[in-house]
Design a protein around this ligand. Structure first.
Ligand code: NDP
Length: 247
């Protein structure tokens, strides 16, 4: 491979399923060294073994993004083993949708902790290394729901609008250090994201819709590679994609 994904050290949160897992496989096949974080460590280890057996480079690190110390350990491990961190993909996220009036307050807290604070903790862990390196790339997962509201998405959308605000603020601030930032806002992608919706009517409506129009997680993997493999003087600030059939 002679594109510029080759040889990069890429840390991915939420690599145990869905888009994070697909990105890990795709980027490792392109010659990146991938450092995989999530809570389900068995899955991460199986993925790391699969990548290694195929001739790639991967390590698994048990990571709960709601814990700042876990993100520090994830990024520190990447630097210890591979010598630097080129890209951080803040991909871990949850989407327990529900109408506000149902008062699923614990789920509001969880979404804020994972989708917003998890992204901030990732930035806090990677930024000191990237400033020192005078190079780096931070990719944050927003969503179509970070651009518009739909049924039961008030709190989820708040977190994903927030990710866009954090990313744009970061972009403006880290220019002096030659650090790139990219927001990726996917539409409907077939993953495990809907499995954790606890309101059955909301879950069914979303499963029916995503089952109908959703695209595979590899779609995301190709697009994240596109952002990473641009020449260093080009920063893809935002990618928004939908399945062609999506409203
Ligand atoms: P999945 O549910 O398949 O993957 C979510 C990943 O996040 C899992 O690997 C999970 O790992 C991880 N995760 C959840 N909570 C934590 C935590 N506390 N600490 C560490 N990791 C955690 O969903 P997707 O692949 O779809 O989601 C990836 C991202 O894409 C999310 O940010 C989501 O909001 C966003 N997105 C998804 C869309 C879609 O249609 N699928 C559309 C728009 C955006 P584990 O449970 O092992 O910790």
């Amino acid at each position: 491979m002679n594109d510029s994904t080759t040889g990069k050290v890429i840390v991915i949160t939420g690599a145990s399923s869905g888009m994070g897992q697909a990105a890990a496989r795709y980027l490792a096949a392109k010659g990146a060294s991938v450092v995989l974080g999530a809570r389900r460590v068995n899955r991460l280890e199986a993925l790391a073994a699969e990548i290694t057996e195929a001739g790639g480079k991967a390590i698994a690190v048990a990571t709960d993004v709601t814990k700042r110390a876990d993100l520090l350990k994830l990024v520190d491990t990447a630097v210890k083993i591979y010598g630097r961190i080129d890209v951080l993909i803040n991909n871990a996220g949850i989407m327990p949708l529900s109408p506000l009036e149902r008062l699923k307050v614990d789920e509001w807290d969880q979404m804020i902790d994972v989708n917003l604070k998890g992204v901030l903790y990732g930035i806090a862990a990677a930024l000191p290394y990237m400033k020192e390196q005078k190079a780096g790339h931070i990719i944050n997962l927003s969503s179509i729901a970070g651009h518009k509201l739909f049924g039961g998405s008030a709190v989820y959308s708040a977190t994903k609008f927030g990710v866009r605000a954090i990313s744009e603020g970061l972009r403006q601030e880290v220019k002096p250090y030659n650090i790139r930032t990219t927001i990726i806002s996917p539409g409907a992608v077939k993953t495990e994201l809907l499995d954790h919706i606890t309101e059955q009517d909301v879950q069914k409506a979303n499963q029916d819709y995503v089952g109908q129009v959703g695209v595979p997680a590899e779609t995301f993997a190709r697009l994240v590679d596109f952002a990473i493999s641009q020449p260093e003087d080009v920063d893809i600030n935002e990618i928004l994609f939908r399945p062609t059939a999506q409203e």
